[in-house]
Design a protein around this ligand. Structure first.
Ligand code: ATP
Ligand code: MG
Length: 256
């Protein structure tokens, strides 16, 4: 994406976004998929018990613009895997490549920068900053990236409008419903126009009807922004909306 495009207003870029092939031979990824993991292992050393070997050789590729659901029993390691895929944690063995870049080759600071630019996160509990308004919460990743406040504000406002919260810009999280808070989190995840959206139980804390609204929103945003989506969920309805469903069991990922 050219810098001029990166600075264009969200609506304009959304109109240009194409799925499933936003990619880009000429993009800075050199033709690599947005996300690729090979032979991932993650062990936790138990201070008070035996070592836990949670991931035992996970291979995973996320292609441009596709939506993949990851299911599995509680405790099977889904969140552990998503943290590794999002460069929030480092594997005990194996590799994660984001747009062709092996995150093992990056310092913590460089990994954080890559995460900020390429990856959006939506968690079960939205993790919004409680003293910041909806608008400010959505602006934060853009400001961290180094955007000027004016550009960040206009993009954040555009995104909040897209998620149906154009009339709630000045509300703090406690002045928003659970579904609205999750909508703010979705807007925030997209503000830097990431290639990848990682969602961990994004509807886990919502009632059935609000859950459906947030599911629809995620897929609408995927479509509109051409972002590739990997979503961890226990919700069958949500999983069924993805093009592929993978199950994590006994430390490995298999097609369902
Ligand atoms: N930081 C940690 N230190 C030690 N053990 C951990 C740590 N994080 C997770 N675990 C253990 O790893 C296993 C997998 O945890 P994880 O959170 O990835 O499961 P999950 O599949 O996301 O479950 P859920 O569906 O309940 O969210 C669990 O048994 C958990 O206790
Ligand atoms: Mg989890």
């Amino acid at each position: 994406m050219s810098d001029a495009v990166a600075r264009a207003p969200v609506n304009e870029r959304a109109a240009n976004a194409t799925r499933p092939e936003r990619s880009p031979a000429g993009d800075r990824t050199g033709g690599a998929p947005p996300l690729e993991a090979r032979g991932l292992h993650r062990t936790y050393s138990g201070l008070a018990g035996p070592e836990l070997h949670i991931l035992r050789g996970v291979d995973f590729t996320l292609d441009w613009g596709e939506a993949v659901a990851i299911v599995g029993a509680s405790g099977s390691g889904k969140s552990t895997l998503l943290h590794l895929l999002g460069a929030l944690d480092r594997p005990s063995a194996g590799s994660v490549r984001v747009g062709g870049t092996d995150i093992a080759t990056l310092s913590d600071e460089a990994a954080a920068e890559l995460r900020n630019k390429r990856i959006g996160f939506v968690f079960q509990f939205h993790h919004l900053l409680r003293d910041f308004t909806a608008l400010e919460n959505v602006m934060v990743p853009a400001l961290i990236r180094g955007d000027g406040p004016k550009a960040a504000k206009s993009r954040a406002a555009g995104l909040l409008d897209q998620v149906g919260l154009g009339a709630r810009l000045g509300h703090k999280p406690r002045e928003l419903s659970g579904g609205e808070q999750q909508r703010v989190a979705v807007a925030r995840s997209l503000v830097n126009e990431p290639h990848i959206l990682l969602a961990d139980e994004p509807t886990g804390d919502l009632d059935t009807s609000t859950s459906r609204d947030v599911q629809d929103l995620l897929f609408e945003m995927r479509e509109r922004h051409g972002v590739a989506l990997a979503v961890v969920t226990h919700n069958r309805e949500l999983a069924a909306k993805a093009e592929r469903v993978l199950r994590l069991r006994e430390g490995v990922l298999d097609n369902v």
